[in-house]
Design a protein around this ligand. Sequence first.
Ligand SMILES: [Zn+2]
Length: 211
Amino acid sequence: MIGIDPGHNGLNYTDPGYLDQQVWNGRAYEDCDTTGTQTSSGYSEAQFNFNVATYLASDLENEGAGVVLTRSSNNGIGPCVDQRAEILNEAQSVVAVDIHADGGPPSGRGFAILLPVADGPNDAVIASSQTFGEDVLSNFSATGMPVSTYDGTGGFSYRDDLAGLNLTTVPKVLIECGNMQNSTDASLLTSTAFQQSAAVALADAITAFVG
Ligand SMILES: [Zn+2]
């Protein structure tokens, strides 16, 4: 089983009370989720994430793989970030990816791969997540999106404040596919061709990792 988590959800913005509930992320309490970011023209990150996840699921299923998604539409609210981790853990995914796009500084460009830091629950998958992250890095440049100019170093950013990475018991990375606040990145992120290309790059990385 391959785990796919399209970050946020299309109607999260309608229920601030739901988003504000506090969930344990393995090190601290954090919000259940956020609305996600959007481009200057109002194209939502939740929609981008869901589109890429849908293309990726289709690509993997065409290759004969089973997939589990943390949400099945872009017309709902939730689930919370800790529940997303649990869904992918319980499916005993051989590898998993959290799909996002960033709301970074408007002058900054590019994609970043967020990797877990050992905290107990994820101790057994730190090394394998790094390996998968390297597979993602070597495949994602084929999309035309450059490595981030502002987040992390050489495309990698180590994060200990995200439930999806802190709570994972399966190899996992979170990819910020680009910066929705940057106009050049936004023109890529909102195009169907780029979204399909991002899915192909992630499928290729998954195939490389699974072997
Ligand atoms: Zn996000």
